[in-house]
Design a protein around this ligand. Structure first.
Ligand code: ADP
Ligand code: ADP
Length: 220
């Protein structure tokens, strides 16, 4: 049995941070839709340039484009036994498409941890987020500072603040989340897959809670 885990939560909830912390432990590749878009933009691909017209406004990239991109990624060999999805699905259409593609690959969604964080906390988290240029490692100037300011602890690359982490764009992203992504909480609750995790706690505690929520089953 394969294990596809979907990390759900608003922008700034800690999905990327937690995925970095648990993907090795779970032996699952970390698939971040936002990272794939940003990597494409860095390489100035057609997909990256198109996605950026939406990302910079805090809007979602259209479903057809996003679904095709994730399908290609999940079709690769490293995802054949499962994956840790961060940032996808973000709409009911994407959730349906995920179910279909996983069943084509002979798998299904295993569990959906929902990292729950109130809105005022999100804005502060995103305003202080610093991201690594080379590989997208995530820091926070107050809650998870790098050892050397502006330099990634893992690969020594430059840290930068994402354009879409500016407060005005963050507010837009949170609105978009409430309208388009929040319905997935009900969608996955109805399918008995949702497990809620308190994302306000310190990073290490959230990691422990997530691992225990995912533990036990699904090893086969
Ligand atoms: P997401 O991927 O859900 O948008 P991130 O993992 O990028 O969220 O986290 C957003 C910001 O909040 C980052 O700067 C990160 O270091 C910080 N952060 C993540 N989890 C916590 C936490 N539990 N407590 C405090 N800060 C956190
Ligand atoms: P965050 O870590 O703050 O949740 P992401 O890095 O996941 O943000 O996403 C950044 C932006 O990339 C989103 O605001 C959106 O424009 C685009 N994006 C990422 N994933 C998706 C998706 N599944 N569907 C549509 N757009 C997406």
């Amino acid at each position: 049995m394969s294990r596809y885990v979907v990390l759900l939560g608003p922008p700034g909830a800690g999905k990327g941070t937690q995925a970095e912390a648990i993907s090795d432990k779970l032996h699952l590749p970390h698939i971040s839709s936002g990272d794939i878009f940003r990597e494409n933009l860095k390489n100035k691909t057609e997909l990256g340039l198109l996605a950026d017209t939406y990302i910079s406004k805090g809007e979602l990239v259209p479903d057809d484009v996003t679904i095709a991109m994730i399908r290609d990624r999940l079709a690769r060999l490293d995802c054949k036994d499962g994956a840790l999805l961060d940032g996808f699905p973000r709409t009911p259409t994407q959730a349906e498409a995920l179910a279909t593609m996983l069943s084509d690959f002979g798998g299904q969604v295993f569990k959906v941890p929902y990292i729950c964080v109130p809105e005022d906390v999100l804005i502060e988290r995103l305003a202080g987020r610093w991201t690594c240029r080379a590989a997208g490692h995530i820091f926070h100037e107050k809650y998870n500072p790098s050892k050397k300011p502006g330099v990634c602890d893992f690969d020594g690359s430059e840290l930068y603040q994402r354009e879409d982490d500016k407060t005005e764009t963050v507010k837009r992203r949170i609105r978009v989340y409430l309208e388009q992504t929040q319905p997935l909480i009900d969608y996955y609750t109805q399918r008995n897959l949702l497990v809620e995790v308190d994302g306000k706690k310190p990073i290490e505690q959230v990691t422990k809670d997530l691992l225990s929520a995912l533990q036990g089953n699904g090893k086969s």
